[in-house]
Design a protein around this ligand. Structure first.
Ligand code: ZN
Length: 468
């Protein structure tokens, strides 16, 4: 079946075919590791996880590269301000290297909690300094660069297609860039390829280069690493919509300038998460929410956030509120209960699946996925299947196969995994009471669970708890 993806470059849904048969190279811009990831950022990684899973579900072999930005990302969007890593180091009284290590692990932990498939290649900006320097040298030889007192810059006037990704007119882009006062730049949109270390203090992260001691600009790392780790397989490049106007626009300019040929063919971008009230979430806004604090500490299963993300198409803004996440948690618990009931209904029986039925359902599921990753529609197909008259064994088989995309661990549903934390605590307390033959307490907890909407069944193989 044909796969259609929305390409920011052409502003159209296009049929996706890789450059080389059956093999897809993807580059996904990774986190700047100076703090915890907020759940708004993580929404982008959920979209990229779905993209990867859908490509694999379609039978492609996927090589996905994700970078870790551990140097050179400045607090100002246009090369001014401080390096975020050095700022994080000062905040926590640690070295920039320690900060990078701590928040890289935290990010990877969040990925596990959200069941995000790890990339095939992790790479760090600080591990690819020679490649970045080589790329800047090529740009210099081709006449794309100039020096100022604080670094080596890319002259965007030398790249006539500069606005092809953002589709803005150049004046608007220049105007947006003008907020930053750098009188030495030839054009407001010009950006740093290499920045010199300040003369008055020593940076923690700095390297020798043909132009002087310093560090790479933020954009050059992604160009250098995608070329290094994907070679000619430059199929899809992803990020958040906030990457379009500056970061990805600059990546295209410098990469195509250096290579003299097109860079990635497909550019895909995930939309923002809005917290209740509509304010855009960003770390700098001070209201940033993390997996640990916002979800886990409030008894929300991180996979409920994954479930919530599937209710909105990745290119539409998603609204976040306590009510919405609670509804998603209930939805996920309900889904797991549905799967559990089907499992019980077909226990010990052979699959009675008719190949035709499975083919028709899978076709429907795939049609939703292949329509630019339409997860709300795919989730509706899942519900339709679960409520259908198909024999339980075939439902189970199909749902477990579809979980390769959904990522809810539906193959492993059991009582314990699916309960919110406060309910699980009551269940554990009741198990303990029963072991201790404290029937009064056990009955009391059962009543509490029932009052909260959970049915309790005591059987030979222990206690079972279901959401009513
Ligand atoms: Zn990037």
């Amino acid at each position: 079946m044909k796969l259609y993806l929305y390409n920011t470059l052409t502003r159209k849904k296009e049929e996706f075919t890789p450059l080389f048969p059956d093999f897809v190279g993807i580059y996904t811009c990774g986190p700047t590791v100076y703090n915890y990831a907020h759940i708004g950022n993580l929404r982008t990684y959920i979209f990229e996880d779905i993209l990867t899973r859908v490509l694999r579900f379609n039978g492609f072999t996927v090589r996905r590269v994700m970078n870790i930005t551990d140097v050179g990302h400045m607090t100002g969007d246009r090369d001014m301000g401080e390096d975020k890593l050095e700022k994080g180091a000062a905040r926590e009284n640690r070295s920039a290297w320690e900060i990078a290590k701590i928040y890289t692990s935290a990010f990877k932990e969040d990925m596990v909690r959200l069941n995000l498939t790890p990339p095939d290649v992790w790479c760090k900006a600080t591990d690819t300094i020679p490649e970045q320097i080589a790329l800047i040298k090529t740009l210099e030889e081709k006449g794309f660069t100039y020096a100022t007192s604080d670094g080596i810059y890319f002259d965007t006037a030398r790249f006539p297609d500069y606005t092809k990704l953002s589709h803005q007119n150049l004046e608007a882009l220049q105007e947006g860039a003008r907020v930053e006062k750098n009188p030495e730049k030839r054009n407001p949109t010009d950006f740093a390829l290499w920045k010199f270390s300040p003369k008055d203090r020593k940076r923690q992260m700095e390297w020798e280069s043909p132009w002087g001691v310093g560090f790479p600009g933020w954009h050059i790392e992604c160009s250098a690493m995608s070329m290094k780790f994907l070679g000619d397989h430059l199929d899809i490049h992803c990020g958040g919509t906030d990457h379009i106007n500056v970061h990805h626009t600059n990546e295209i300019a410098q990469s195509e300038g250096a290579m003299g040929k097109p860079f990635f063919r497909f550019w895909m971008h995930g939309a923002f998460l809005n917290i209740e009230g509509g304010k855009k979430m960003a770390k700098s806004a001070g209201n940033f929410l993390t997996v640990a604090h916002t979800l886990i500490d409030n008894g929300i299963d991180p996979l409920a956030y994954r479930y919530a993300a599937f209710q909105t198409h990745y290119r539409n803004p998603m609204e976040y509120s306590d009510t919405a996440i609670q509804a998603a948690q209930n939805g996920l618990i309900h889904l797991k209960n549905q799967v559990r009931h089907i499992k019980e209904a077909c226990a010990g029986r052979e699959a009675e699946m008719s190949a035709d039925a499975a083919g028709a359902w899978t076709q429907k599921f795939l049609e939703a996925l292949n329509d630019d990753l339409n997860m709300p529609r795919a989730m509706a197909v899942v519900q339709e299947l679960l409520k259908s008259d198909e024999p339980p064994a075939s439902k189970l088989k199909m749902i477990q196969a579809y979980d390769a995309v959904l990522g809810f661990d539906l193959g492993r549903v059991d009582d314990d995994q699916t309960l919110p934390r406060d309910i699980q605590e009551k269940v554990d307390a009741r198990k303990k009471a029963r072991r201790e033959k404290n029937w009064v307490l056990s009955d009391q907890i059962r009543d509490e669970l029932q009052a909260l909407g959970y049915a309790v069944q005591d059987g030979k193989d222990g206690m079972k708890v279901f959401k009513n």
